[in-house]
Design a protein around this ligand. Structure first.
Ligand code: GUN
Ligand code: ZN
Length: 431
């Protein structure tokens, strides 16, 4: 089936922070996105393409809208949806006080399914079409999020948490059992439709060396499976790791030692790192999830995007809900701008878009299928518009350029500015 979507259209071809903006982005003021059987056929000026496409092509118009690629969340915890905005603690206390009790409720598969469905609908309402997702230690949490994503045809990567020490006993697995459960989930879900599996050791504080080693061994058996964990988020956490592993040169080196640093390994936060860590992360093909709302909310620190990108590390944005405070990647990008500002750097709107689309796809090694509108990519896209608050509408109406408009959308926008979300060319949500 051939369809076309007419609106303003913006997407990234590379990182606008690195290339000259003229070649890094493509913008069509009156654009047409042509989709066939859920894949992008072509994108361009409506005037040029409308005369070329077959007459029976169904054309959907989104006047006043801005079509961008589906947003990609590089790090989020679906079981923490219900504890978003929990007051007052830094990471380790926050985990004990809020996150672990919330995750313990997932022993109930019905509850896991209910939250998974609410979560993916929240994603779609916010224009997020792909995410890398933490479950809980319970294998059925991974089943629940995969089933919810599959029902909506979404591209999504997830895994059950591996956690065999330093946590409540009801959330604890063991090295052999956790790997056996992960292996069964890989066999059940990885590569099924648009789904992928991530081996998910929570972080080096909640796994014994034996479990990290077993996770690395499993990863070596499945080179195209993802690895998903947290790294160097909080000073107290980093100090505890240094005490526990005096023979390792850094926190990242602990993961590397156990075979957990490689292509398709995604590390949330990466705040307290040195240039040596950044170089090895880049050299090994690991990626960083920049989670600004979480880093500010938990008082964790400031992500150094300039240093990460200078070292060549793949970077994408993550909401990190529930440590993060919003499911919206627009809001997340707005906080990213402020985090960079505090370090005397800038984040142009098009680069923020890159971090939420093509950059994130590169971080997840999914840029062959999503991230922009090159022909053959899967047609996941979002229609942004100036609805929402009247102030947002007023500010956007006054914008002269697409950069100005996008920046105002990022700074003022949220799910109210997502008027439609399409997954493989099919509208999944209309706000
Ligand atoms: N580090 C280990 N677990 C977590 C978690 O659930 N959230 C965040 N933000 N950091 C973590
Ligand atoms: Zn997290």
């Amino acid at each position: 089936m051939r369809q076309a979507f007419r609106s303003s259209i913006l997407h990234c071809l590379s990182d606008p922070g690195e290339a000259s903006s003229a070649s890094a982005i493509e913008y069509f003021e009156d654009g047409l996105l042509v989709v066939e059987d859920g894949e992008v056929l072509e994108v361009g000026h409506a005037d040029d393409l409308l005369s070329e496409i077959p007459e029976d092509t169904e054309v959907t118009e989104h006047p006043g809208g801005l079509i961008v690629p589906g947003l990609i969340d590089c790090h989020v915890h679906f079981p923490q949806l219900d504890i978003i905005a929990s007051y007052g603690e830094q990471l380790l206390d926050w985990l004990n006080r809020y996150a672990y009790p919330a995750e313990a409720r997932f022993s109930d598969p019905d509850y896991a399914r209910e939250v998974a469905n609410v979560f993916v609908d929240e994603m779609l309402a916010n224009g997020t079409t792909t995410a890398l997702v933490f479950g809980t230690v319970h294998p059925h949490s991974a089943d629940a999020i995969f089933e919810a994503a599959a029902a909506r045809d979404m591209r999504l990567i997830a895994g059950k948490v591996l956690m065999d020490c330093n946590c409540p006993v009801e959330l604890q697995d063991d090295a052999a059992g956790g790997v056996a459960q992960s292996r069964a989930l890989i066999e059940r879900w990885h590569g099924k439709g648009r789904l992928g599996y991530a081996i998910t050791p929570r972080f080096a504080l909640t796994s014994t060396p034996g479990q990290l080693e077993a996770a690395g061994q499993l990863a070596s058996e499945y080179p195209d499976v993802w690895i998903h964990t947290h790294l160097a988020e909080n000073r107290e956490e980093v100090d505890e790791i240094a005490q526990r592993y005096p023979e390792r040169s850094s926190y990242l080196d602990v993961y590397e030692h156990f075979g957990l640093l490689r292509e398709r390994a995604v590390f949330a936060h990466c705040l307290h790192m040195n240039d040596g860590d950044r170089s090895s992360m880049a050299a090994r093909g690991g990626a960083a999830a920049f989670c600004p709302t979480s880093n500010l909310f938990l008082g964790s620190g400031l992500f150094d995007l300039a240093a990460m990108r200078a070292a060549g590390v793949r970077c994408g944005l993550g909401t990190d809900v529930g440590g993060g405070t919003s499911m919206s990647l627009l809001k997340t990008a707005s906080e990213a701008y402020k985090v960079l500002h505090l370090q005397e750097h800038a984040l142009p709107a098009t680069r923020a878009l890159y971090l939420a689309t093509l950059g994130a796809a590169e971080a997840l090694y999914l840029d062959d299928c999503i991230g922009n509108f090159l022909p053959g990519k899967e047609a996941d896209f979002v229609v942004l518009d100036a609805s929402g608050s009247s102030l947002t509408a007023r500010r956007i109406a006054a914008a002269d350029t697409v950069d100005e408009k996008l920046f105002a959308l990022i700074t003022l926008g949220d799910d109210r500015n997502v008027s439609a979300t399409y997954v493989r060319g099919k509208q999944q949500l209309s706000n």
